[in-house]
Design a binder for this molecule. Structure first.
Ligand SMILES: OC[C@H]1O[C@H](O[C@H]2O[C@H](CO)[C@@H](O)[C@H](O)[C@H]2O)[C@H](O)[C@@H](O)[C@@H]1O
Ligand SMILES: [Ca+2]
Length: 574
């Protein structure tokens, strides 16, 4: 497979707001391409697919952890923050990945699980054996398991307590996640220094950003619940200051699975900023809720209430990632409804969520996949795709934990889906062979050969999005409609860079979640008399009526992106 790249000078384009315009792609190194036939994906394999990612329109890669690790939590159990797991490659190969990505104007964001380490980390081993030594105070130790009673357990499927007794040190250690992942003691200045050193180490290597994993949980206190404690925010502010001073242009992304007002705190303030971006956890489950309930109300509410964030900050929006589809940000009633629709087999559940991939969740419905992606690409924030979702890859719920949706990328109908030349039994996880999602028909090669495939559709939408800076940089305002299944909002951007020159750019986005065709009237009084043009084909729609309304007909689970403005839009499909 060869991909023709758009003509562009090699190298990173200078753009201080790059993360707000970017389309991100989460790719697990282990799952993408195996270059040496040992059964596991690696850095060289990823390098070999950069042309594909560039062709798709990806601007930045998010790589989950590839550090040395026993891999008991997909690499989020790190045993050395400054080396790479040999099966993934070497530091030189990582530098090569950064260089080759930058040559394609593609940035590299890596995951940094700073809250904890693996129990195999040398720091923890020394902390156990030598409490008075240099690492004795690197972790949170206690003679009892009585401290921090108000701090909830996150991994409820496997852990009963946040404390585990260590038979060597004969004390309990604290852990927010698995009991093999002891929490670092952020009260210790030496631990804070280690974090600063690690950030400098990877930024010096050319990395463009860090996803700060599990960021709310750095500090604990008896007064708080261990989530976003004041000391955690103070620490992030100091980290950001260092980044702005020493590494301008590089970004910090908060992974804080919390309610909007709490997540927004991880942006800090204009005067004292924290992270440049934060994932939008509350919006994501409401997209799935709307698709089945046929009600747009919950999405309307959460989008209307979008919290103020500092100038230059941006949201990260997503449909799926390497974890379960978390239902922590919906109430119990909605959670039960979601389990009923999406996790009818108990094997599909994990912790407080659903461990399935996007296409199986949406029952492989092309209309729903398009609707969900159209939302993803037009919400306020930068979209994050999960590898394989661009071809509608399936999952394997017979695999344990979140491995169900971390199976090898499906490139071709050949052996091991073109992922590896290894003996199939040697693969780190088997390729998907289910009836509907079998790699012999769900793969990149076959979708490249079909012009109407999901892959081509997603690429087209990405390229349309890129022609309109309002999607990355503009505001979002929800409009009233007279249909409970229809969501409408306007994205508006006053700046320059669009195909309309320096004029403000407005795009009206309308989505119908109804399972039948509907007619809807939208209140657009601010735009009375303005012309409407379809962003994909350039087709003209009736102008906004004199009474300030727009009446549209939408097919089952469908959407429009309509340019609002003077009648001079040239349009055209990319
Ligand atoms: O390193 C431990 C975990 O850290 C991240 O966890 C996040 O995912 C959890 C669900 O799997 C979620 O409930 C929690 O709020 C998050 O912080 C990471 O993404 C996980 O893969 C990892 O196991
Ligand atoms: Ca390999």
């Amino acid at each position: 497979m060869t991909f023709t790249a758009p003509i562009q000078l090699p190298g990173l384009a200078l753009d201080p707001q790059w993360y707000r315009r970017a389309v991100f792609y989460e790719v697990m190194v282990r799952s993408f391409v195996d270059s040496n036939g040992d059964g596991a994906g690696d850095l060289q394999g990823l390098v070999s697919k950069l042309d594909y990612l560039q062709w798709l329109g990806i601007d930045a890669l998010w790589l989950p952890p590839f550090f040395n690790s026993p891999l008991r939590d997909g690499g989020y159990d790190v045993s050395d923050f400054k080396t790479i797991l040999p099966e993934f490659g070497t530091l030189d190969e990582f530098r090569d990945l950064v260089t080759k990505a930058h040559e394609r104007n593609m940035r590299i964001v890596m995951d940094y699980p700073l809250n904890h380490t693996s129990d195999a980390h040398d720091w923890f081993q020394q902390s156990r054996s030598d409490p008075e030594g240099p690492y004795g105070d690197y972790y949170v130790w206690s003679d009892t398991d009585e401290m921090y009673k108000d701090i909830r357990v996150i991994f409820v499927d496997t852990e009963e307590s946040n404390w585990t007794f260590d038979t060597e040190r004969r004390q309990f250690f604290f852990h927010r996640f698995f009991s093999h992942q002891p929490d670092l003691n952020f009260e210790n200045p030496a631990v804070q220094q280690e974090v600063f050193d690690t950030v400098r180490y990877w930024f010096d290597m050319g990395v463009d950003g860090l996803r700060l994993d599990a960021i709310p949980y750095l500090f604990e206190s008896e007064e708080g619940n261990g989530e976003g404690e004041p000391k955690t925010h103070e620490f992030i502010k100091r980290l950001r200051k260092m980044v702005d001073t020493e590494y301008p242009g590089k970004v910090l992304i908060a992974e804080a699975n919390q309610w909007p007002a709490e997540v927004a705190q991880f942006y800090g303030t204009d005067e004292e900023p924290e992270c440049h971006m934060a994932f939008d956890f509350p919006t994501m489950p409401r997209i799935f809720y709307s698709l089945r309930s046929q009600q747009a109300g919950e999405l309307e509410r959460v989008l209307s209430e979008h919290t103020h964030i500092p100038e230059g900050a941006g949201w990260g929006v997503f449909l799926r990632n390497h974890d379960e589809l978390t239902l922590e940000m919906v109430n119990e009633e909605y959670r039960q409804a979601m389990y009923g629709w999406y996790a009818y087999d108990p094997r599909m559940r994990a912790n407080i969520g659903i461990r399935r991939r996007l296409a199986p969740l949406l029952d492989n419905s092309r209309a729903e996949l398009e609707l969900a992606h159209a939302l993803l690409f037009s919400l306020q924030g930068s979209p994050f795709l999960y590898y394989g979702d661009e071809i509608g890859m399936g999952d394997n719920i017979w695999l344990p934990d979140r491995d169900s949706s971390r199976t090898p990328m499906q490139w071709t109908p050949d052996r091991n889906a073109g992922f590896s030349t290894a003996d199939p039994g040697k693969l780190y996880l088997p390729v998907v062979q289910s009836l509907v999602y079998n790699y012999q028909h769900i793969n990149v090669e076959s979708q490249l050969a079909q012009s109407r495939s999901l892959l081509h559709w997603i690429r087209n939408v990405i390229h349309v999005r890129k022609g309109h800076p309002t999607f990355g940089l503009g505001s979002l305002r929800v409009l009233k409609t007279n249909h409970e299944s229809v969501l409408a909002f306007v994205r508006e951007y006053e700046g320059s860079g669009s195909q309309f020159g320096d004029m403000p750019e407005r795009v009206l986005c309308v989505f119908s979640f109804a399972h039948n065709p509907v007619s809807v009237t939208i209140d657009a009084s601010e735009y009375t008399g303005q012309a409407l043009y379809d962003l994909f084909g350039g087709g003209q729609f009736p102008d906004v009526a004199e009474d300030g309304t727009i009446t549209l007909t939408l097919g089952t689970q469908s959407f429009y992106w309509l340019h609002v403005g003077e009648a001079h839009f040239a349009g055209g499909r990319v």
